[in-house]
Design a protein around this ligand. Structure first.
Ligand SMILES: Nc1nc2c(c(=O)[nH]1)N[C@H]1C(S)=C(S)[C@@H](COP(=O)(O)OP(=O)(O)OC[C@H]3O[C@@H](n4cnc5c(=O)[nH]c(N)nc54)[C@H](O)[C@@H]3O)O[C@H]1N2
Ligand SMILES: Nc1nc2c(c(=O)[nH]1)N[C@H]1C(S)=C(S)[C@@H](COP(=O)(O)OP(=O)(O)OC[C@H]3O[C@@H](n4cnc5c(=O)[nH]c(N)nc54)[C@H](O)[C@@H]3O)O[C@H]1N2
Ligand code: SF4
Ligand SMILES: [Mo]
Length: 689
């Protein structure tokens, strides 16, 4: 007789945090059905969630540890592989080792990785892909508001009177947040959308503003000037809840940011800016939704500060339907940051350089020989530069669930960096472009094969529940880490038997998670952090009465507009911007192994404006050569009026036409995010053979 069961779990893709049931037949995951009791998605799913079972039992899953011998991977036992790793790792100084944690894996796994790095390897160098994603948000909002997270909840978006969506293609990248936007619109909210591309999100908008990538600060300053000139600012909020307003006002009132000048910089008609300013300034409850269009710039932190400025200016914070809603990307990027998989903090942003926090973890963990120095480590983007520019400084790399050989900027540079690494471990569910460079590859379980927790963009901590056994000898990520730690001589510090044991250790050291237990998280609505005590109901909206700074005030940061690090010129005359599509996920390890998704979009493309294409003599579907100062790729042209003239767009999912061969690894000086959203490109017809 067939054995059939349904296991409720959360989606392993985006930070929206939808729930669904995995259908398990005879011990194998074979389908997804709606779980209607989740308040986040109420049983609805986007295609990635719907088909999230398809990659799980792919024949390509890693099933056994692999050790590279004479350039070839050879299967090994866990004992051999972890012995080998421990033996090699013991030969390096702490500062020669770097670790990458993962926004794809659970809180428990990231906590374990953070403890491995700081406690076992005693290195300060730990980071993860949040660097490439919302590091500008974490740095920017921490200085503006005192806390780097999304201020309101997903459900709350529905109550907004005006949604200003800037640099977020919500309907393709956070579809079930897109659904809330539609609901707000039905309730009468005005939708303003600004993006160089007229995306499916743009098609929902009441006002669509098209502009050149890299002009966000000018646009936001221009809007603030219009709001102040019309007296739409919230004087009471500014007086009671903020400081440094005058310094900000001085900058935004400059002639540079008049609507006419902003039109010149950005390409948005002055009349549209005026309309947007009126809706934002007078709706009474305006929320901003933003994502990578704001963060992935050399001025990423300035962009985030500007978003915070406009919301403080209008008093659109701390109430329903308002807020700075930085939509976090990966399923557990919020959690990986919360767990301290960052070069500057332990869990819950307790600073590594703070002697009290350092002592707390040193004592809490009980390593007889201490932990890492109380110093900040390298960011992932800086690690790559150190590898190429200072050979010998970093020697070993331990990567869990990241694929920089396709997701980092300037892949030629990344390749040179990875070739410099003396010893590299990759822990993944598939053999990736990055794993090919490794000395040891370790097979991990995927979401369907484990219990654990992940934290969504709205700080909601939700459960993964085990549906099936792992393939072959694959193990839980934290279990693998504990095995390596034991081989290094630290079995006593990693005594965990279950994911819950890891969670319970973590929460005792983590004030914002302390009041959460596996039992409390079991209900469909789960809990939002901060949740400091077991009787605390959790916190869906931040900054209600005061900001998280010690004096409770929000801070205005004046920002001047600066052009991207590389701008078009005679040789490279177009702006290249990059991003995603609905059907695929990042480096494609999972979605390209999912037939239903891969069938929709089998390869990449470059979007070219219709007039630009006509001038270049390029027709839709034609293969072209796209070139920047860093590399070139052959890719099919998608000729469309939906992209701004002078701008081109590529998704970065596809290894055969990898956008990151072209991108610029110029970094924001504060948060070290690369400028994925703007560089200079040229496109040529391919000479006929
Ligand atoms: N289907 C799918 N969904 C995903 C992901 C995925 O890979 N696939 N990834 C997840 C992750 S990790 C993340 S971080 C999010 C990202 O989610 P989004 O940020 O929404 O996605 P992107 O496509 O990177 O960029 C968003 C938009 O920014 C626009 N843009 C380009 N240049 C600029 C600019 O200079 N300024 C502004 N304001 N906008 C600009 C682009 O045209 C694009 O439409 O998506 C998450 N969801
Ligand atoms: N050009 C360009 N590049 C970009 C961006 C852009 O907009 N433009 N966006 C950037 C952003 S926002 C992000 S977030 C990064 C994402 O960059 P990455 O995180 O490198 O991309 P992913 O493909 O999500 O890689 C995650 C890896 O985790 C593995 N994995 C999945 N589940 C598990 C698990 O349970 N355990 C383990 N051990 N491994 C697992 C997957 O197989 C995959 O290899 O890309 C960045 N790169
Ligand atoms: S919106 Fe995000 S969390 Fe929801 S089903 Fe789609 S990918 Fe999964
Ligand atoms: Mo991301």
């Amino acid at each position: 007789m067939t054995d059939l069961k349904y296991v409720t779990t959360t989606c392993p893709y985006c930070g929206t945090g939808c729930s669904f049931n995995l259908v398990v037949r005879d011990g194998k995951t074979v389908g997804v059905t709606p779980f209607t009791r989740s308040p986040v998605n109420e049983g609805k799913l986007c295609p990635k969630g719907m088909y999230a079972f398809e990659f799980v039992n792919s024949p390509d899953r890693l099933t056994t540890p692999l050790i590279k011998k004479d350039g070839k991977f050879v299967p090994a036992s866990w004992d051999e592989a972890t012995d080998y790793i421990a033996q090699k790792m013991k030969t390096f100084k702490p500062s020669e080792i770097a670790c990458l944690a993962s926004a794809r894996t659970s809180n428990e796994d990231n906590y374990a990785m953070m403890k491995l790095a700081r406690g076992v390897f005693k290195t300060t160098h730990i980071d993860h892909c949040a660097r490439l994603c919302h590091s500008s948000t974490v740095a920017g909002l921490a200085t503006s508001f005192g806390s780097g997270a999304m201020t309101n909840s997903i459900l709350d978006i529905e109550q907004s009177k005006c949604l200003f969506i800037l640099g977020s293609n919500t309907f393709e990248q956070h579809p079930l947040i897109g659904r809330r936007v539609t609901m707000a619109k039905k309730n009468g909210a005005k939708i303003i959308y600004a993006d160089p591309r007229y995306t499916p999100t743009g098609k929902q908008a009441d006002l669509y503003m098209q502009f050149r990538s890299g002009s966000d600060v000018a646009i936001l300053n221009g809007l603030m000037q219009l709001i102040i000139k019309n007296g739409w600012e919230n004087k009471e909020f500014i007086a009671n809840r903020t400081k440094d307003y005058e310094a900000m006002k001085e900058i935004v009132m400059k002639d540079t940011y008049s609507p006419e000048n902003v039109e010149k910089i950005s390409g948005i008609p002055a009349a549209q800016l005026k309309q947007a300013a009126e809706w934002i300034g007078t709706s009474g409850a305006t929320a901003i939704l933003y994502s990578m269009g704001i963060t992935q710039h050399t001025v990423g932190v300035d962009n985030v500060h500007s978003v915070a400025n406009i919301q403080m200016l209008c008093g659109n914070l701390g109430r329903p339907g308002t807020g700075v809603n930085a939509l976090r990307g990966q399923n557990n990027v919020q959690g990986a940051c919360d767990m301290g998989a960052l070069p500057v903090s332990f869990t819950a942003y307790q600073k590594v350089i703070d002697p009290a926090a350092h002592k707390k973890f040193e004592e809490g963990w009980g390593f007889p020989d201490g932990i890492c120095e109380p110093k900040n480590g390298y960011e992932v983007t800086v690690m790559m530069d150190v590898l190429t520019d200072k050979p010998g400084e970093l020697k070993a790399l331990y990567i869990m669930g990241e694929n920089p050989m396709l997701s980092d900027p300037d892949l030629t540079h990344v390749k040179h960096a990875l070739e410099e690494v003396e010893f590299m471990v990759v822990q993944d569910i598939f053999m990736t472009e990055t794993a090919e460079f490794a000395d040891v590859v370790l097979p991990a379980t995927c979401y369907a094969e484990r219990d654990g927790t992940q934290t969504s963009t709205e700080r909601r901590v939700q459960k993964w529940r085990k549906a099936q056994d792992a393939p072959g000898e694959a193990k839980l990520d934290w279990e693998i880490i504990a095995m390596v730690a034991a081989k290094m001589g630290y079995a006593a510090q990693f005594p965990w038997k279950t994911s819950e044991d890891v969670f319970n250790e973590m929460r005792m050291l983590t004030p914002s998670y302390r009041g959460m237990t596996y039992e409390r998280l079991d209900k469909p609505e789960a809990l939002h952090w901060p949740c400091p005590e077991e009787t605390h109901p959790g916190t869906p909206i931040l900054h209600g009465a005061k900001f998280a700074h010690p004096d409770g005030l929000g801070i205005f940061f004046p920002c001047e507009w600066k052009a991207p690090a590389e701008v078009p010129d005679a040789e490279y005359p177009f702006i290249l911007t990059t991003g995603r599509c609905l059907w695929h996920w990042h480096t494609g390890t999972m979605t390209r192994r999912s037939d239903s998704l891969d069938h929709e979009v089998p390869t990449g493309w470059i979007e070219i404006n219709t007039e630009d294409a006509a001038e270049l003599g390029i027709t839709d579907g034609e293969k072209v050569k796209a070139m920047t100062r860093r590399g070139e790729v052959i890719v099919g042209a998608k000729v469309t009026p939906d992209i701004m003239k002078g701008v081109m767009f590529m998704p970065f999912h596809f290894v055969e036409c990898a956008a990151n061969m072209l991108t610029n690894n110029a970094l924001d000086p504060v948060c070290k995010i690369p400028e994925f959203k703007a560089c200079a490109v040229k496109v040529e017809k391919i000479a006929e053979a």
